[in-house]
Design a protein around this ligand. Structure first.
Ligand code: TGC
Ligand code: FAD
Length: 452
């Protein structure tokens, strides 16, 4: 075999030398001089690497979007960060934050300006969610429930009268809204909804009975958007705007919203139940243009999208803190940041944040082009929440014992992200939404198919 290769002129090359070298080794000719390169080749990598913006997200944003991000970030760091540790220790939400959001124009960012909104795009909305969640997921919750789950549906499904009445007050923070979909027996599967709206033809009112649980802002809400099955509409799911003050005037106690105690997550956010004991609301309280579960799910599309940015904001805050800490902290005679395992954790985190923010941006642009599907939103909501939770846990680990101290913030982000990974569709529910779209098979087993 070797002989055949040598006959073909390939033998020497097969042992690591070229035909030209082997000929030259036998010759007495002078060796050719090495070529002189006048200039070194220019590097094509002319950009610089910024670990805070590893994939140059800012280069894909407009000046207006960058300004909105910077302004909301400055606001969050200046006004929200100083009080968040004590608010979490006390388990309280400062109602004044809603007014501050209103003054900053952060409520109803995508709602048209004629109703008090900012008329901004979805990317701006996402960037603001990111900036607020860099401080606390609970503060982003308060902002996004009001914006995506109360103002957005009124704007999308409401009458002109409903818009005029509620949107400007919600935009300024003068009124607080909440969104009641989840029930004690129906969380991931709202199709089992038991809350009823009975039509009283004598008085021309809807009479609401049932209960909702785990409702952000319900204890302080002036307005509750409650989803219920309307008997006069073949049990279709419809949205009702409940004005707390109006109900309390004529039916004290019929509308109750006690706070849920004992939370170990989102402690700086207020969460409660809603109990409806024959609450009477006028005909005009129903959102006329939402019928079926598609109504609440359309609102969730907007809120879930915001979370895909927000969760990455929480992760960014954790990385910033962990990087600073490990640069300062010395063990075994060297900064922790000089150790390979620490660098790998930081590299993984910065990678996932860069990718996650770009994915959220892609969905935001698709939303702005009206070219998105709910599955795209499931993908980024699920990815951002799962990755942010893992990043927060790793960052907590990098701080060792100090990592469990609230003054270092990371443990608070980590416990908050447990909720963010659960609400608005759990991590696994979004996997099943994607699985259905990928395979065409529906993994949500219906009660009728279930046999003990
Ligand atoms: P399915 O049969 O698939 O759909 C029923 C109807 O709804 C429509 N639809 C959607 N429309 C718009 N956007 C979406 N994302 C939609 N998803 C479904 C669908 O087209 C259909 O319409 P139609 O006209 O044919 O009737 O419904 P299903 O019962 O099989 O649903 C399964 C599943 C898992 C998708 C759904 O139940 C789900 O998403 N579950 C998760 C529940 C959830 O996310 N709850 C959130 C509560 S609110 C909250 O957590 C706020 S936290 C706020 C904070 O503090 O930030
Ligand atoms: P369940 O549905 O009981 O799920 C329990 C577990 O089972 C989860 O791991 C889930 O992934 C898994 N599971 C469920 N179904 C399946 C399946 N088919 N296959 C495999 N696994 C499955 N709701 C509102 O309406 N408005 C609000 O403002 C609001 N704010 C919230 C604030 C906080 C702090 C929290 C914690 C929740 C809030 N929620 C709100 C409720 C939230 O949306 C629900 O908690 C969430 O949808 C999950 O429902 P569940 O808690 O009943 O869990």
């Amino acid at each position: 075999m070797m002989r055949r290769l040598e006959t073909l002129g390939l033998g020497l090359r097969a042992r690591g030398a070229t035909a030209a070298t082997s000929r030259r080794m036998l010759s007495t000719e002078p060796l050719p001089t090495a070529p002189v390169f006048e200039k070194s080749m220019p590097s094509l990598a002319t950009g610089t690497f910024d670990w805070r913006d590893p994939l140059k997200l800012s280069a894909s944003l407009t000046d207006e979007e960058l300004a909105m991000y910077q302004t909301s970030r400055d606001f969050a760091q200046r006004e929200l960060l100083p009080g968040v540790v004590n608010a979490t220790r006390a388990g309280t939400f400062d109602r004044g934050i809603m007014n501050a959001f209103g003054q900053m124009g952060l409520l109803g960012l995508t709602v048209p300006s004629e109703y008090g909104g900012a008329g901004a795009g979805y990317v701006s909305y996402g960037l603001c969610a990111r900036a607020i969640e860099q401080v606390d997921s609970g503060y982003r919750s308060a902002m996004s429930v009001q914006s995506s789950l109360v103002m957005h549906p009124i704007s999308l499904f409401g009458t002109e009268e409903q818009k005029q009445r509620w949107l400007p007050q919600l935009a300024s923070g003068a009124k607080v809204g909440c969104f009641g979909l989840t029930e004690p027996n129906h969380g991931s599967d709202p199709s089992g909804m038991e809350t009823k709206a009975a039509w009283d033809g004598y008085t021309g009112e809807w009479v609401l009975s049932g209960s909702k649980t785990w409702i952000t802002n319900s204890p302080i809400a002036d307005l509750a958007l409650v989803w219920a099955r309307a008997d006069a509409d073949n049990g279709a799911v419809r949205g009702f705007l409940i004005d707390r003050a109006a109900v309390d005037r004529v039916q004290p106690g019929a509308f109750a919203t006690p706070a849920i105690e004992g939370k170990l997550s989102l402690k700086a956010s207020i969460t409660g139940s809603i109990f409806l004991d024959g609450v009477r609301v006028p005909r005009c309280a129903m959102l006329p243009y939402a019928r079926g579960l598609g109504g609440p799910f359309a609102c969730l599309n907007s809120a879930r999208y915001g979370i895909s940015w927000g969760a990455m904001g929480a992760a960014e805050a954790c990385v910033e803190i962990a990087r600073g800490y490990t640069l300062e902290r010395k063990q075994f005679g060297a900064p922790l940041a000089a150790q390979q395992l620490i660098q790998k954790k930081l590299a993984d985190a910065v990678t996932e944040i860069g990718l996650g923010l770009h994915a959220a941006l892609a969905v935001g642009r698709a939303k702005e082009r009206h070219d998105f599907s709910p599955e795209m939103i499931s993908l980024v909501k699920r990815n951002s929440c799962g990755k942010a939770l893992e990043i927060a846990r790793n960052c907590r680990d990098m701080l060792g014992g100090n990592g469990i101290q609230d003054e270092y913030h990371i443990m608070r982000h980590s416990t908050n992200l447990e909720t963010v990974n659960t609400y608005e569709g759990t991590h696994d529910v979004h996997a099943l939404i994607l699985g259905k779209a990928i395979t065409g098979e529906n993994a949500f087993v219906s009660g009728a198919a279930y046999r003990r």
